[in-house]
Write a protein that binds this ligand. Structure first.
Ligand SMILES: Nc1ncnc2c1ncn2[C@@H]1O[C@H](COP(=O)(O)OP(=O)(O)O)[C@@H](O)[C@H]1O
Ligand SMILES: [Mg+2]
Length: 190
């Protein structure tokens, strides 16, 4: 087993230990902090992700943003690649690859621009912004070709570790929002 796999198991265990009640409370705290970041940054568009089982529940926040006509794009996986599509309502999402909710229609969002906020799901994130995903490398591939945008990880605080192994293929985050706060790793966000 490689170093990343050891960390994936460790972090999954930490997440599974959170009771549903605690998870809901922490999810609420994350949404509150994220809403504040969004108000502060005022991104043109948000590249979001559909939480899968165990991940922080961001749906109430997404619904609120959609009601305010914020442009939100969700990822869709096809042929091993991810593309983002803008949706108007969460009804425009259906279970797709890996049973994760994906946009069924909606125009392609294209590449993020400088003032766009990219929310990145994390199984783990370390003190320098290196991220561990579920092992598909989808976000690394997409981020490496997407260039710009503010890359903000979303995670429970128990998923933050001092040092997580990474390779030259891994893409770093600019910051992470957890139930305890928002932490910026890069100098360009403060
Ligand atoms: N830009 C890329 N081009 C090609 N393969 C990539 C790229 N980024 C990541 N990968 C590959 O995807 C696989 C999974 O990546 P990994 O970082 O372990 O997963 P995750 O980021 O989901 O934790 C690895 O074999 C990795 O080399
Ligand atoms: Mg990776």
């Amino acid at each position: 087993m490689d170093g990343k796999q050891v960390w994936r198991d460790r972090l999954r265990q930490r997440m599974l230990k959170l009771s549903p009640r605690r998870r809901r409370g922490l999810g609420r705290a994350i949404r509150g902090r994220l809403a504040k970041v969004i108000r502060g940054l005022g991104p043109k568009r948000i590249f979001a992700f559909a939480a899968t089982f165990g991940e922080p529940d961001l749906w109430p926040l997404y619904r609120k943003l959609l009601r305010r006509r914020t442009d939100i794009a969700f990822p869709k996986v096809a042929g091993g690649r991810m593309t983002f599509h803008v949706i108007r309502s969460v009804d425009g999402l259906r279970p797709g690859t890996y049973r994760i909710l994906e946009p069924v229609r909606g125009r392609r969002a294209g590449r993020p621009r400088r003032n766009d906020l990219i929310l990145v799901p994390c199984l783990g994130v370390d003190s320098k912004g290196w991220r561990l995903g579920h092992g598909g490398g989808y976000f690394d591939r997409w981020l490496s070709s997407s260039g710009t945008g503010i890359r903000l990880g979303v995670a429970f605080h128990v998923q933050v570790a001092r040092n997580i192994p990474h390779t030259s293929r891994d893409e770093r985050l600019d910051g992470v929002v957890t139930d305890r706060g928002v932490f910026w790793f890069s100098a360009r966000q403060k």
